[in-house]
Design a protein around this ligand. Structure first.
Ligand code: PMP
Length: 429
């Protein structure tokens, strides 16, 4: 009976949502005729259907049904600069005058590479891709080629792209989209587990996020990362840090904060100010496999790898905008927001937690319905966090926006607490 009540609340939230978004509802029906799932980016879909955005500016999204939302999702970290940032618009305007799909080399990719190498000390040389997924595929391929060993260690809950998804909650033993490397999946932050993986396998490389992002903003412990580093050194295996998300948490990436240096690093998301982007780079001897002058055999071509728009955007973002201080102060704001949200949930004794580091945080509950309810409650109040509870705080979301989010969560928590006590009462009877 108590379970029904929570379901009832969610049902009524969803009906309210549905009634306030007739245009999005219509578009969902049309979309599903041509696009299985209704959107070509699965993560964006939620029940009963996602709102469709008409336009976005700064920290705001305006949906086709006329609702203005404060964007706390921040395009899952890619939107660090907010919507339509001037710095990226200027870069694109400049590119418009010069042409953008050249089928030839140009100087912008050199400047972009230089800025990336300067920013991330472990990256001695770098190559660009169109997405974080590609960057990870290429980093793994490089490691397998270098070591001659195809065993790849990844971690439960890790996400490195749809073809490299190790989501613990997916409940899928069979996952046919995954690229066919020989994967050993070990538990995140489990030092004994990773030792065992190395003891019984000839490991070619390890791919790990210093903080799992899509897996729920779960930071690695520095001991765990250090043990992996040592195991890789002893075995001659390649250590890949996927910093597609986490590189925004510290000026030199989270690797600098942890003080553990990987052999290869992958990047993506925010660095091109919201344009399609990925990169992988690291130790010279690994990257030298792409050096075609020296008879090396790895070829990495991609039509859009050195696309002018993307290159111009990276240069503008890294050179003119994204200072180390700006990143650190946004991380401080994120830490404060996480602590405040955690305090609100804890003060109502809700069985929920908020994890994360800096500008990335995630609200958890063992029963996902609580997060779904919170998500819809916040949406009705004009705050868009991700449907699964992720917040990627961007520069343009103001302190006042954060304070309003905290106060909405406070209001929700007091309602949720009533429900939670009823549930508990029901269980103890
Ligand atoms: N690595 C991590 C840690 C990610 O979070 C993601 C995307 N969420 C990717 C890789 C894949 O990047 P992209 O979506 O650009 O392919």
């Amino acid at each position: 009976m108590t379970t029904l009540s929570l379901d009832n609340i969610i049902e009524s939230m969803e009906s309210r949502y549905e009634a306030s978004r007739p245009r999005s509802a219509e578009l969902e029906i049309v979309a599903r005729r041509m696009i299985p799932g209704g959107t070509t980016r699965s993560i964006l879909s939620f029940a009963p259907f996602p709102f469709r955005v008409e336009r976005a500016f700064g920290s705001r999204l305006l949906d086709v049904d006329g609702h203005e939302l404060v964007d706390f999702c921040g395009d899952y970290t890619a939107g660090l600069l907010g919507h339509n940032p001037e710095v990226v618009r200027d870069a694109i305007r400049g590119a418009l005058e010069r042409g953008w799909a050249l089928g030839a080399t140009h100087a912008l990719e050199i400047d972009a590479a230089q800025l990336v190498c300067e920013r991330f000390p472990s990256i001695k040389s770098v190559r660009f891709t169109n997405s974080g997924t590609e960057a990870n595929l290429l980093a793994i391929g490089t490691a397998v080629h270098h070591t001659g060993r195809n065993t790849v260690v990844a971690f439960r809950g890790g996400f490195h792209g749809s073809v490299l998804d190790f989501d613990a909650n997916a409940g899928r033993e069979r996952f046919d989209l995954k690229v066919p490397h020989k994967f050993i999946v070990s538990d995140f932050n489990d030092i004994d587990g990773i030792r065992k993986a190395f003891a019984s396998n000839s490991v070619g490389c390890v791919i790990v996020e210093p903080m799992q992002g899509a897996g729920g903003c779960v930071p690695a412990t520095s001991d765990f990362l250090q043990v992996i580093r040592n195991l890789c050194d002893d075995a001659g295996a390649v250590l890949i840090f996927d910093e597609v998300m986490t590189s925004r948490l510290h000026p030199g990436g989270l690797q600098c904060q942890f003080g553990v240096v990987p052999d290869l690093t992958t990047l993506g998301k925010y660095l091109a100010g919201g344009l399609s982007f990925g990169a992988f780079g690291g130790r010279s001897e690994l990257m030298a496999h792409f050096n075609n002058r020296e008879g090396e055999q790895l070829r990495h071509s991609g039509t859009f790898n050195n696309n002018i728009f993307t290159m111009a955007a990276i240069i503008a973002v890294l050179r003119d905008y994204l200072t180390g201080d700006a990143l650190l102060s946004n991380s401080d704001r994120g830490n404060r927001l996480r602590e405040e949200l955690q305090r609100e949930l804890a003060s109502h004794s809700l069985p929920m937690s908020v994890t994360g580091m800096g500008s990335m945080l995630h609200v958890h509950a063992a029963d996902k319905r609580w997060v779904h309810w919170l998500f819809h409650f916040l949406l009705a109040d004009g705050h868009y966090i991700s449907p699964r509870g992720f917040v990627g705080l961007s520069f343009v979301v103001s302190d006042n926006d954060c304070a309003e989010l905290v106060s909405s969560v406070r209001e929700w928590a007091s309602r949720a607490a009533e429900m939670w006590h009823t549930v508990q009462l029901g269980m103890s009877q």
